[in-house]
Write a protein that binds this ligand. Sequence first.
Ligand code: C2E
Ligand code: MG
Ligand code: MG
Length: 767
Amino acid sequence: MTLLHKATILIVDDEPKNRSLLGAMLKPEGYRTITASSGEEALATVAENPPDLILLDVMMPGIDGYHVATQLKANSATRNLPIIMLSALDDRSSKLAGLSAGAEDFLTKPIDRAELWVRVRNLLRLKEYGDFLAEHNQLLKQAVRGQSEEIMERKRAEIQINRLNRLYAILSGINAAVVRIRNRQELFSETCRITVEHGHFKLAWIGSVDAQGELTPIAWSGFNEGYLDKITSYIKDNGTNSLLLVAQALQKKTPVVCNNFTANPKLTHWHIEALQRGYRSMGIFPLIEDDQPVGIFTLYASEQNFFDMEEIKLLTELTANISYALEYIKKEEKLNYLAYHDVLTGLPSRTLLHDRLIQALTNSHRHKDKLGVLFIDLDNFKNVNDSLGHHAGDMLLKQVAAMLSACMREGDTVARLGGDEFVVILDSMTSENDAWMVSQKILKFMTEPLTIEGHELLVTCSIGIALYPKDGEDAKTLLQSADGGRNNAQFCTSEMNAKALERLTLENSLRQAINRQEFLLHYQPRVNMVSGEITGMEALIRWQHPTQGLLYPTKFIPVAEESDLIVPLGEWVLRTACKQNKAWQLAGLKPICIAVNLSARQFKQQDLAEIIARILKETGLDPRYLELELTESMVMQHVEAAITTLTQIKAIGVKVSIDDFGIGYSSLNYLKHFPISFLKIDQSFVCDITTNRDDAIIAKIIISMAHDLGLKVIAEGVETEEQKSFLHLHCCDEMQGYFFSTPIPAEELEILLKEERCMPTTKPRLL
Ligand code: C2E
Ligand code: MG
Ligand code: MG
């Protein structure tokens, strides 16, 4: 017999570069290589100095590879010489042409080194058996003819020959299957069938092993009679590891053989079942992919001691070939997958979409069904990319893809066309309305915010719908009209700009902020103009945003107002302010009034007075230490209702002030009908009080008219000594502003209160 690694391989290729590359690839495996640069030279070399295997290029000037193969296979002297065709073509027909010319195998350029090794090794092994068989057949014939041998000797030779015939049949059958089959399940079934049919086994089965190490039989052939069902349910109850021999094979990644089934204590559980079916020996061969056991190939024979060294060697090699085929299939599947799928989202790509659409159209045409195509485009996806980065953009696309897939029925196709465009094919719809329903479902899903790298984003989309046959009868027209439908905004939702996106993001995180206790209050003291003493304070809300830092109310109060979140938020502010004020009083500090801003939405609440009363009761704060700040517009909008509410509030004993006075109606005439206590002059007047004559005059008038009505006046936003002086001079009662203190955390205000800090007062001077 030829020793495998000393085999001589003839490389036939017209390209010198290819010849030396193949030579270099084969060298580490210990083969001897000779070369030929044309078909003619190859034939001459084979006649002169026959190799063990030929690697034969298809495309060559002169006699091409197909002709060389045909000639060699037609000649009985060279018929058994294995040929592997090499070609740059990867189409089925050239492969078939090569195989029908007699080549045993086919490799596509560029040649993968590992693949080359496996194929070469395989074929050499087959040739080895073939040569051996031919030789022994010859000997046997001579022996029979001469009748000079012992009967026993003849018998033994016969058995040996039969056995080799068997092995040869299995190996060549499996080899052909490995070359031909590109599908896992089919390969497994064929392997089982061939081994049982040609190998005279009672039963062969293949089980796959999942990531958790659990075994599931997936293919079998032969005499089973419920044996595999028994194994499956045994695994279900006891786990794969309770099949001791299987576990051993998987752990050690080596074959495990039992040549006397009923004598093996590890198989006690199976003795009876096996005997009933006539299984006497068993071999378990692990299938290895990337050095990991991915399955087992198990064989049962009706004879004891069936698995000898030769048999084990062959079956081990056979499983190695299957393992290799599995790896190859995986690689091919991946390439196929990549060609037809979008890498980022895993959705079908444009190419696959096209195929599927054509197929769906054929079906719809045949069954006279309707079909819908939705063209979905994310609004302002670019903004997300620009503001949060491409990684966030990718994450968003992935989530949208998952969401779209979840909206669909099985059989519908969701594809990504690229960028932020998605297409959905709705197969065999019962009515045109279906497409509309699905688009509504998608839009509804889209109202839920997506969390992308900690940012909550509300993504909206535009959806265009095209229906077959109404809007088009072929793929191209349908896609175009769905896209067009989108631009006509037929089913389009909102148009979004960067501001709106930001607003929605904010609204989403606001929702969570209350539960997550991200809000806090700062307190700004107000002081008496004359004595400089702290007379009260205003509670001002702050939002400790998880990523954006401390946010001020102008940034989020308007959003909260629009979304009704202001109601729970406002209640929280009231409760927290009252609780804090009460705590300070309990700590023995001088009782002062706390002012809380109310929003318009809160003021409209029917039960506002009840809520306030309840909170006061809960916190134990005396109503006279609570003041509510309303704006003029809030009370002027629904005068009647406002008077009712204000009267109720006053009845509880809570004071009311008009905030930001001067920028709205500024109608003191009206205000006199309302039960209010203070007017707060808006800081926009105070700001220019010393530089702008008009502002100065307005401020003066407000102060004196308010006093006429019996209202006290508080100036907001006092920042400078000059402003303070002016207000003092014009008899403003109290002031609030950075000049004395900015709004500060509770701990800091507590210090001011404890120290009874006062504003330095100087005699006002005329400017
Ligand atoms: P506002 O009620 O007129 O509050 C006064 C605003 O002026 C506060 O801004 C305060 O920090 C700022 N301020 C105080 N002194 C000075 C100063 O000397 N110079 C300048 N330039 N500004 C000064 P803030 O805290 O940003 O609040 C803005 C507005 O948000 C408030 O105006 C109020 O309308 C609203 N707000 C604050 N807290 C709440 C709340 O709990 N609920 C509701 N509904 N609205 C609130
Ligand atoms: Mg205020
Ligand atoms: Mg104000």
